[in-house]
Structures are given as structure tokens and as C-alpha cells.
Write a protein that binds this ligand. Structure first.
Ligand code: PLP
Length: 471
């Protein structure tokens, strides 16, 4: 969430512009004063007028379906919309009040435990969250507490400083976790054409204060899967050599809802004994509107008991682990609906379609000759590309800006250390971004390329390039 500063219009800034139709019934005797925008109005106004003010302003937001920057679901079936509306008054934390919502949450955890091959699904502990960021915070907290319990003699009194090992391509939530919970972030930089975590380099950064290694399935920067099994193997070897036993958390924000359906032979989940916990975003390839995420731990040993708070639930005992207290319950109902509605085969068909769109679009963009593909959309249905060698008249920021003129949001950004020299465009293909829409995008790109090719030099970067990319 952006941090906002208050503005206040006490100094006489203009309020909303009035329209005679906003009067209750008589356009002549309607509203007389402009309602302020940055200060609570002195009195009420008619609902239709308030609606119109807000609605009109929001018309200028981008069209969510043309937003190829976000991983988050922008289309669901009408029935899901009905369910969401029916449940919008339910607070997930009121387990006594809404026991069936709590039960649907439990069933979703159980389904994910099975999907992610937990050796003993009954031993898995898990919960819904607002998204992957909260899920990652919870997973990181569990890793830190496990390490602290095993190092009581050295922490906190002994001065030991916990660290977490990851690639420099991790999503910003892991930087946040480390900053908020005072954990040193040990990041393996990108190197040459390796744009994500290297297993040996990760193991080399581990020491007795490493609370865990984060492996990402797949990378937010380019959609590539990190080699989770190889990371575990490198840590197994480290354990044999040194006795250091470092757990792995898999950040499957997107991939944990793609790989189980499209890459069944890829071993990345609880089949690997070193994987202690996994998160995913229900609102990304879980196919639910924002905000829902999931965090699962292999067993109770992976989630220290002291972090779990218990609430009485219909005479029973309901363990909870969350940063928030109140949160919408509707998304849980929508997630359960989607699981029930699609089943494995349905998810497979939807994700296969997204991957087909991504690989086709990537190939066609590659064929234009002006671009070089870094990934091809064959892992996450996401690909990154940059300008081809020899293209000097325009850059990825120009392309992003020009596509925006036609309504497409395609972010351009620079890569993290050590590849800050590399700037890319990234396209996220989601359910609802059909081949038809992809062809319209291609046609628009094709139409603006002749002008771009005539440019003498790139037009310069937008002032706040980094804001283009935060999903
Ligand atoms: C790998 C990864 N982890 C975590 C997140 C944060 O997810 P959320 O937006 O659900 O909080 C993202 C978002 O794109 C991501 O790609």
C-alpha cells in the first residue's frame, strides 16, 4: 500500500464540481455547495450523488483486464461474484459466528496439502491470509522462531543475528520481512544469464544463524522457476558436511497453483523433506479476486506452538496464526467455490490455456526482430523481454509508454543486482487474457514499432521507474 500524505482543503481548494442532476428530485434546488474532497464533508448527501462522484473519478483507473503487469485475478465468473457479494459482511475472524466459512477455510487447506503432496496431510497446519505477503511474513516468523528456539543460548542475549538466504530476485515482501523482523537479508545476486537463485551460492551463504532459504516458484521478475530440488540437494550436502540443517520455504505465490497442474513431474513441494512451508496467492493463479493467500507448514514441528493463538470455536479449540485480526471471509468462500468448480482438470485446462497464450505471444514478439526474449512463458505463463542487440533508437521504457497510450499496461523495469544494466518488459498472461486479446496487443505493438524505429534515441526514463513493478 502506498503511504499517503494528507492534503486538506481548508485553505480553499476546490471541492467536487456540481451537476444540477445531483439534486434529490429538482435539478434547480439541488446541491448548492461543492462537497470537499480531502476533508470529511460537514453533512450528508444523497447516495446517488455520492455514488456518481466516486464512480466518475474511478473511471480514470486503468482497465484491469488490460493490465498485463499484475499477477492478480481480474476476471471471475458471475457466480463467484454473487458468492462474494453474499459473503461480503462476513469477518473471517468470527469463527463462532461463521462456522461454515471457517470450515471452508479448513477444507481449502486440506486440498492444498494434498495438492502439494504433504506426506501426512492430517499433520499439515495452514491458514488463509490476505495474500502472499502476509503468508510470507508468517512463514518467515516461523523460521525465525524455530531458529531462536534452537539457539536460546546465543539469541537474543548472546548477540547472534539471524539471517535469511534468498536470490536478489525475491519479491519485495521478503525485503519487508527482513526489515520488519530484524533479520539480515542475504541475497545471492544475478549473474550473467542466471536471473534467479543458484543452489550452490545459496548454500555457501548459510551459516549457523541462517533461519532458512527462500526458493521462489516462479520469479516475479521473469516468470522462471527456481530450482527448488537443487537448492534442497545443496542444503542436504551442506548438512552432511557441516551439520547445519537449514529449512527451505517455497514462495509459490504464483507457481504453487501452476506447477501442480502443468508440471507434475517437477518435484518442488512437500515431497522434498527439506521444504518446511509453502505459500501461494489464492488471488493469483488460484483464480480468485484480491485478497486471499495461503500458508501451509509441513507439520506442527515446522510451526512453533508459541506463535499459534487459540480461539474457542463452537466449544472446540481453533488455532489461529495471522497478522490481521478482522479480514473479509468472502474470498475464502470464493476460493472454495473455485476449487469445487474447476477441480484438478479444470485448473489444468485454465493454466494450460494461460501458458499457451504466453508461449505464443512470446514467440510472436521474438519474431518481430526488435526484441530479445529472456524467458518464453513456458514456466509461469509470464515472460520478460528486452530490446534486441543493435536497437539503439528506443528502449523498453519507450515501448511501455507507447503501449500505455493504447490502454495496455506492460511494465518496464531494471533487474536487481548484479544485472541492473538490464531493463526489461514483462507480460503476465492470466485467465481472461485470451489469444484474441493477445493478438490485439501484438497488432498495437506492430503498429507503433515503425515510429519507435524512427526515433534517434530513447526518450528518457519516466521519473519513477520503480513504481512500474511491484507485484
Ligand atoms: C514470488 C512472489 N512472492 C510474493 C508476492 C506477494 O504477493 P501478494 O501480492 O499476494 O501479497 C508476489 C507478488 O507478485 C510474488 O510474485
Amino acid at each position: 500500500m502506498a503511504l499517503h500524505k494528507g492534503k486538506g482543503d481548508r485553505a480553499g481548494g476546490r471541492g467536487y464540481a456540481l451537476n444540477p442532476f445531483y439534486g434529490e428530485a429538482d435539478p434547480v434546488a439541488g446541491m448548492a455547495t461543492e462537497p470537499p474532497r480531502d476533508r470529511l464533508p460537514d453533512g450528508p448527501m444523497a447516495p446517488h450523488a455520492a455514488y456518481q462522484f466516486v464512480h466518475d473519478e474511478l473511471m480514470l483507473d486503468g482497465n484491469a483486464r488490460l493490465n498485463l503487469a499484475t499477477f492478480v485475478t481480474t476476471w471471475m465468473e458471475p457466480q463467484a461474484g454473487v458468492l462474494l457479494a453474499e459473503c461480503r459482511d462476513k469477518n473471517i475472524v468470527d469463527k463462532d459466528e461463521y462456522p461454515r466459512t471457517a470450515e471452508l477455510e479448513r477444507r481449502c487447506v486440506s486440498m492444498l496439502a494434498d495438492l502439494w503432496h504433504a506426506p501426512d496431510p492430517a499433520a499439515v497446519v495452514g491458514c488463509s491470509t490476505t495474500g502472499s505477503s502476509e503468508a510470507c511474513m508468517l512463514a518467515g516468523m516461523a523460521l525465525k522462531r524455530r531458529w531462536a528456539l534452537a539457539n536460546k543460548d546465543r539469541y537474543p542475549a548472546g548477540g547472534a543475528r539471524p539471517n535469511l538466504v534468498m536470490g536478489s530476485n525475491v519479491q519485495v515482501c521478503w525485503d519487508k520481512f527482513c526489515a520488519f523482523w530484524e533479520v539480515e537479508a542475504r541475497q545471492v545476486p544475478m549473474e550473467g544469464d542466471r536471473f534467479h537463485l543458484d543452489p550452490e551460492a545459496a548454500a555457501a551463504l548459510c551459516d549457523e544463524d541462517t533461519i532458512g532459504v527462500v526458493a521462489v516458484l516462479g520469479s516475479t521478475y521473469d516468470g522462471s522457476y527456481e530450482p527448488v530440488a537443487d537448492v534442497c540437494a545443496a542444503l542436504d550436502a551442506l548438512w552432511e558436511r557441516t551439520g547445519l540443517d537449514v529449512p527451505v520455504h517455497v514462495d509459490g505465490a504464483s507457481g504453487a497453483m501452476v506447477a501442480p497442474f502443468l508440471d507434475e513431474d517437477l518435484v518442488w513441494d512437500f515431497r522434498l523433506p527439506r521444504v518446511a512451508s509453502i505459500n501461494t496467492s489464492g488471488h493469483k493463479y488460484g483464480l480468485v479476486y484480491p485478497g486471499i493467500g495461503w500458508a501451509l507448514w509441513r507439520d506442527e514441528a515446522a510451526l512453533p506452538e508459541e506463535l499459534v493463538f487459540r480461539v474457542n470455536y463452537l466449544g472446540g479449540d481453533m488455532p489461529t496464526f495471522a497478522l490481521n485480526f478482522s479480514r473479509p471471509g468472502a474470498q475464502v468462500a470464493a476460493q472454495y467455490y473455485t476449487f469445487l468448480r474447476l477441480g484438478r482438470e479444470g485448473y489444468r485446462a485454465v493454466q494450460r490455456n494461460a501458458r499457451a497464450v504466453a508461449t505464443t505471444l512470446a514467440r510472436r514478439i521474438g519474431e518481430l526482430g526488435d526484441f530479445r526474449l529472456l524467458t518464453r512463458g513456458d514456466e509461469l505463463p509470464v515472460f520478460a523481454f528486452t530490446t534486441a542487440d543493435g536497437v539503439t533508437g528506443f528502449d523498453v521504457f519507450d515501448v511501455s509508454r507507447r503501449l500505455r497510450e493504447r490502454g495496455w499496461l506492460v511494465p518496464a523495469y531494471t533487474f536487481p543486482p548484479n544485472r541492473e544494466d538490464l531493463s526489461v518488459l514483462r507480460i503476465v498472461c492470466r485467465n481472461g487474457f485470451s489469444l484474441d486479446l493477445a493478438e490485439l496487443l501484438l497488432a498495437d505493438l506492430d503498429a507503433l514499432l515503425p515510429e519507435l524505429r524512427r526515433q534517434q534515441a530513447p526518450l528518457g526514463r519516466p521519473e519513477r521507474v520503480e513504481t512500474a513493478f511491484h507485484h
